[in-house]
Design a protein around this ligand. Structure first.
Ligand code: MN
Length: 234
């Protein structure tokens, strides 16, 4: 069984990582042989040592212990994850990337966060590019921690305004267009986070499922060996 956890947004308050770490352990106890994190695990995760918070250190420790116990974690990056690829933290995970494809019960699943579905949102794509490339990573490593943190919070406020309509009204047409394209490539089920609103629909014989945000509902998805999906909670 694979557990998929979306949008836990840890780090809004000191010490708020408890339920998320408990969910990782619960997934292992329930028999998960792999865990997929579907982005936005932290409110911000800047994967440079000087930005490491106690919550990030605890999470990386848990990820390494789970991997050693036979439950590797795949980290699908969200819009709040920065510079994870190639970082000191990357080896805590089986893989880090924008997407994960896996199979269960003869069905092919595609897991991706969901902020990149709209290829027409050029301003957003430009920000994502700027915020994730090597140059900005080098810049982040040079500026003092407080200045970098302030910049990230300010940009997040701006992004929140530009993303607002996506969050209040689910961009269903964009989601369907994305799903149809991936179904044509042989994917059977598309799993998304990001929208903080559980939703699912059958499109052209394939299935799209938006997972609930763990931060709000304390629920996540399990995918059985037979390919069946179900939501479980703490
Ligand atoms: Mn997101």
């Amino acid at each position: 069984m694979r557990a998929v956890i979306a949008d836990s947004h840890v780090g809004r308050r000191p010490g708020d990582e408890g339920p998320f770490l408990e969910a990782l352990e619960t997934a292992r106890r329930r028999g998960a042989t792999g865990i997929t994190l579907l982005g936005d695990v932290f409110h911000f995760f800047i994967a440079l040592r000087k930005f490491e918070t106690p919550a990030i250190a605890a999470f990386l420790g848990a990820a390494r212990r789970l991997a050693a116990a036979g439950v590797p974690i795949t980290y699908v990056e969200g819009n709040r994850d920065f510079f994870l690829r190639g970082s000191y933290a990357e080896d805590a995970f089986a893989a880090v990337g924008d997407e994960q494809v896996f199979e269960a019960g003869g069905r092919r699943f595609l897991a991706t966060h969901g902020d990149l579905l709209n290829d027409r949102d050029r301003a957003y794509r430009f920000w994502r590019f700027l915020s994730k490339n090597r140059v900005s990573r080098a810049a982040a490593s040079l500026v003092p921690r407080r200045a970098a943190t302030r910049l990230v919070w300010k940009t997040e406020a701006r992004l929140y305004r530009s993303n607002f309509k996506h969050k209040t009204h689910l961009p269903v047409d964009t989601i369907r267009r994305f799903a149809r394209r991936r179904f044509a490539e042989g994917i059977d089920v598309v799993l998304l986070g990001h929208f903080h609103k559980p939703w699912s629909e059958t499109v052209n014989g394939g299935r799209v499922e938006i997972l609930p945000a763990f931060v709000e509902e304390r629920r996540w998805m399990e995918i059985g060996e037979d390919g069946a999906t179900r939501l479980v909670g703490l």
